[in-house]
Design a binder for this molecule. Sequence first.
Ligand SMILES: *[C@@H]1O[C@H](CO)[C@@H](O)[C@H](O)[C@H]1NC(C)=O
Ligand SMILES: *[C@@H]1O[C@H](CO)[C@@H](O)[C@H](O)[C@H]1NC(C)=O
Ligand SMILES: *[C@@H]1O[C@H](CO)[C@@H](O)[C@H](O)[C@H]1NC(C)=O
Length: 432
Amino acid sequence: MELLTKTLFLCLALALTNGGPVPPHDAPVNDAALPDRCEGIEFDAITPDEKGNTFFFKGSHLWMGFHGAVQLANESFKELDDLHHIGHVDAAFRMHNVENPDDHDHIYFFLDDKVFSYYNHTLEDGYPKEIQEDFPGVPSHLDAAVECPKGECMADSVLFFKGHDVHVYDINTKTVKTKTWPHLPVCTSALRWLEHYYCFHGHNFTRFNPVTGVVSGAYPKDARHYFMKCPDYGHGGDYEVPKCSEVKLNAITTDDAGKSYSFAGPVYMRLDTRHEGLHAFPITRAWKEMTNGVDAAFSYNDNMYLIKDDHIYIYKTAAHYTLIDGYPKTLKEELGIEGHVDAAFVCPDQHTVYVIQGRMMSDVDLSATPRTVNMPVPLPMSDIDATLCNADGIYLFKGSNYYRYVTPMILAMSRMTPQPLPVTNAMLGCQD
Ligand SMILES: *[C@@H]1O[C@H](CO)[C@@H](O)[C@H](O)[C@H]1NC(C)=O
Ligand SMILES: *[C@@H]1O[C@H](CO)[C@@H](O)[C@H](O)[C@H]1NC(C)=O
Ligand SMILES: *[C@@H]1O[C@H](CO)[C@@H](O)[C@H](O)[C@H]1NC(C)=O
């Protein structure tokens, strides 16, 4: 296994692009009276802000990010302290409401029967309010809250947790449906992170499906292995984001919705949500049939095509990827291609897939049946790992280097190997 693959695989635990915020110089981080999240505490609330920083709340304190030092909550959200008798946050979430820019990305805090709305760490006019003024039908004294955008839930929604009840609040119709999920632990905080939903309870967490509440996989897990950097816990303690010089991809693609994924060994990374942190997940989490990794990937017509050995899998792109009936098929049957595929790409709004095998590149018109494979052309380089075509051109990745061409035609015509360029953090989220 290549180094990047190994690093990602071992460190499914925790992968952030940056080391987190620098502790304020006056924060008495070693004071024994301060809560220490590495001791295994139960959080009151967890929410990202509009920049994607994740805040963890406990009593009158908070942590910003997965690596940050403990701080007083009133330093970041000063009005939360005005209700001195409360001293803690019951629940918090970041509003996802693209139809209403006045609310979108605001953070909502729930304290007893009050709700506070913040944007840019500033309390909005008119807050705090009674919870039911903003969220009719939602109870006071909540345990947890998490946003659930349309696509992941039926409509743009917020899930409010209280005991085993989940109040699913539809943001646009302002209606509530209450469900009971007795199999899920009582969540004291909840977080949506990289399209996954987590219920936190004690120092553990459980991942759940936001529509059905179903838990699949081995849960609960200890939050200290995953959501914070603690000595002696998992790989979080000494984790280093892979160096750009050690990158080795198997495949990369960007779908029509703008979601970008890289594949390396058994894991994938979502590249376009980097502000929420980078994290490697098992490929089977999103594409459950791809149990042996991916050799090449391309996107076409709202579908994602994944190639492994001599088979091709076509997934419908929606909130979740679903394998289209009848697949996998052989490469021969679907594209008229035989043999191992190193990389493949389709440029935006084009119908031609370019398939790279060893030193040769062939092309197939995806809008024509039966398929005809055009005469392969030799490339100026061999051993390409992965390719991506976007508005800026074609990127051919080979280990930790890449080559860029403006169009497939120029690539097909070129005879001289251009100077390889090193991959960068901005491209692949690796460490420069
Ligand atoms: C924040 O809370 C601490 C402790 O409760 C208090 O001493 C401090 O004055 C508060 N700061 C602000 C800005 O309200
Ligand atoms: C955010 O708040 C800071 C000060 O707290 C201010 O300087 C800045 O202009 C604000 N940004 C926006 C986009 O409102
Ligand atoms: C946390 O999860 C572990 C299993 O991973 C379990 O043994 C333990 O009892 C749980 N602790 C709490 C406080 O929920």
